[in-house]
Design a binder for this molecule. Structure first.
Ligand code: WTA
Length: 651
């Protein structure tokens, strides 16, 4: 791991404090007294605390033990308890909320649909029966590679209903990435669509699946939703149209009674090696974590129109588009496309049209909105909004203030939520009616979560000193393992610092105990709120026949947070050229997906390495950012490389 001192370059000098607005506190689910009570209770009696919270879910059979940590770091939560996630998200709402809108969807071209809880339930039951007919059983894995349409939500819940473990792959990933994930999970079936809309163009999802399936021997069946209507190839016996099979499927499908620890989903995310990690979440703890934090942090109530702009291909979509909000019976807005299509005011138009009350997005989006100009939100009536959220990367105080003033009209609290694919649910965030906010700080851990900033040996560091963010106690929605790789789970999360969960984020705590997250200390980049591993991009580059070696680093980017810079050495006899740079960028896109497109490729004769052969990334980061190189470079094998890299940059 890199030293946090290297990552924490600017200690923010932010002193503004925003107490929760009085009006908000008066009606809040959790007021300051209740907040205090929950914290004290969770510290005093964690098991009793979680047992009581777990009552927000419907259980088919009770658990006998809240937490079994005897096989640490493998946790079992609500041992012996039985439930079903789709039952909790659908069936239990039918009596009182059957006609309430569950999904308010808008496609990029402007088409729209509203699905009630009853309709979503019927669709999920029918689809669950289709999956069964196609041979899917409890415990099988199913890949979902779809645009953001209501049917994608139905697909996830249909899997949950029959106990199939879903693996959603974001539609921006390439065919290669889909194949890798199919193979790692051993998926038996893939659910996709002909295509999806993105900035007026069709993303050819089915064509990508065709390529992926030529390399995914375990996947025998492909279910295809018609979305865009362009011609696609259907392989007889393997590919089936969604609408054809759904036409004769029964809407009656009792939910499978599943163990609390039944695997709900696998979601692949980047770690510090070239191979993505299949983060495994199970049913009871995950659903409790997402439902509870969605209540606490978003203060959700029946009248709310809630919009989280994430795609279901990311964990934010899993937890705060699908499972958390639907478990709470909320009305959820979904939007398929880009924020600047057809114009830069698309999001504000959606908020006005659907009278959105809670809006949750990423800092990178906010920074784009700032760049596009205030006139876009100003054109729309945003007075329905009462609460704003931020997720995915540190939010800079300027972006926070703009969000607060221009979007929130100065009246909406902002919840800056820190969490990870691995944590399943929000761990550090203000509860809006209880915790004063500071622009740029995720504030304090939620009740039941014990977090700290420590040094490499696990010793707490003094206030306002950078260190590693760790979680000191297991929590219900934590990942259970890396699919198929228990050792990597133990080593990456519990083997770095004795006895605690290592987040791989640098942070500091201020004198009020507020957490300021500084970003990753491993080789994971955060590009527009998306996690990307430098090693994954390097491995894509070295697979190109003209590349000898590659080193990839992030450099600060005003909009994206981090941009991708690749230092590349070419094989003997290959001439560097502008065309070759484009070719290499296209190669990375093909291998991983458009989200990994390098911003900059720099050819160099050699890469700076230590005597033991490790690439000196810190040096490369400094060069990529145009900073003067600081720190110790005496381990450089060849000082002249530094000079040459500099020349290349200046030349
Ligand atoms: C970063 C996304 C600062 C962090 C939910 C973490 C944040 C990584 C915040 C996880 C935040 C997420 N402030 N940094 N509010 N939220 N991060 O797995 O570096 O895609 O480790 O989960 O995003 O990214 P992931």
């Amino acid at each position: 791991m890199t030293s946090p001192a290297a990552t924490i370059e600017s200690v923010l000098k932010e002193t503004r404090l925003f107490p929760p607005p009085e009006e908000f506190v008066r009606q809040a689910r959790i007021n300051p007294q209740e907040y205090q009570r929950l914290h004290e209770w969770a510290e005093r009696d964690p098991d009793g605390f979680w047992a009581e919270q777990a009552k927000i879910l419907d259980w088919f059979a009770p658990w006998t033990q809240v937490l079994d940590w005897s096989n640490a770091p493998h946790a079992r939560w609500f041992v012996g308890g039985k439930l079903n996630a789709s039952y909790n998200c659908l069936d239990r709402h039918l009596a009182n909320r059957g006609d309430k809108i569950a999904l308010l969807w808008e496609g990029e071209p402007g088409d729209s649909q509203a699905w009630t809880y009853r309709q979503l339930h019927a669709e999920v039951c029918r689809l669950a029966n289709v999956l069964k007919k196609l041979g899917i059983r409890t415990g099988d894995r199913v890949t979902i590679y779809m645009p953001l349409v209501p049917e994608a939500v139905a697909a996830m819940l249909a899997c949950a209903r029959i106990g199939a473990t879903h693996s959603v792959v974001f539609g921006g990933f390439s065919a290669e990435a889909v194949a890798d994930r199919n193979n790692d999970a051993g998926s038996k079936l893939i659910i996709t669509a002909d295509g999806g809309w993105r900035r007026g163009k069709i993303v050819p999802l089915k064509d990508n699946v065709d390529i992926a399936l030529s390399k995914s021997p375990t996947v025998k069946t492909c279910l295809v939703l018609r979305r865009t209507g362009q011609p696609v190839q259907m392989v007889p016996g393997r590919d089936f149209w969604w609408h054809e099979l759904m036409a004769d499927a029964s809407p009656d499908c009792p939910p499978e009674v599943l163990d609390s620890e039944h695997p709900l989903f696998i979601l692949y995310t980047s770690g510090s090696t070239g191979k993505p990690k299949g983060v495994l979440h199970t049913t009871g703890g995950y659903l409790l974590g997402t439902a509870l934090t969605h209540r606490w942090v978003f203060d959700i109530r029946d009248e709310d129109v809630y919009w989280c702009s994430a795609d279901v291909g990311w964990v934010t979509g899993h937890s705060y588009v699908v499972y958390g909000p639907l478990a709470n019976g909320a009305t959820v807005v979904l939007y398929e496309g880009a924020p600047n299509h057809p114009q830069e005011d698309r999001f504000w138009q959606i908020i006005e049209k659907y009278k959105v009350t809670i809006f949750y997005t990423a800092p990178t989006a906010i920074r784009s909105f700032i760049k596009w100009g205030e006139e876009h939100p100003r054109k729309h009536n945003l007075s329905s909004l009462r609460l704003l959220g931020s997720v995915g990367e540190p939010i800079n105080p300027e972006a926070w203030m703009w969000y607060h003033t221009v979007i929130g009209g100065g009246r909406c609290p902002i919840v800056d939520t820190w969490w990870q694919t691995e944590t399943g649910a929000i761990l550090i965030a203000p509860i809006p009616g209880a915790v004063p906010t500071k622009p740029g700080s995720a504030t304090r851990p939620l009740p039941g979560i014990r977090a700290a900033v420590v040094d490499k040996a696990g010793r707490p560091v003094p206030p306002n000193t950078g260190g590693y963010l760790v979680i000191q106690r297991p929590w219900p929605s934590m990942l259970r393992t890396i699919y198929g790789d228990d050792e990597r789970y133990r080593q990456a999360y519990w083997g770095q610092i004795p006895g605690v969960y290592f987040t791989a984020d640098g942070a500091r705590q201020d004198e009020d105990g507020y957490f300021w997250i500084m970003g990753r200390v491993d080789d994971v980049l955060n590009v527009s709120g998306h996690r990307l591993s430098t090693m994954e991009i390097e491995s894509a580059l070295v697979h190109h026949p003209k590349v000898a070696e590659a080193a990839v680093v992030g450099r600060p980017d005003e909009i994206k947070g981090e941009g991708i810079v690749c230092f590349v050495t070419l094989k003997q006899g290959v001439t560097p050229s502008a065309e070759l740079k484009e070719e290499l960028k296209a190669h990375v896109v093909k291998d991983i997906g458009a989200l990994a497109r390098p911003d900059d490729i720099r050819f160099t004769d050699a890469l700076p390495k230590t005597r033991s052969g490790k690439i000196m990334r810190r040096l490369l980061r400094d060069i990529a950012a145009g900073r003067s190189t600081t720190g110790d470079v005496t381990t450089l094998e060849d000082f002249s490389i530094l000079a040459r890299l500099r020349e290349e940059e200046e030349g």
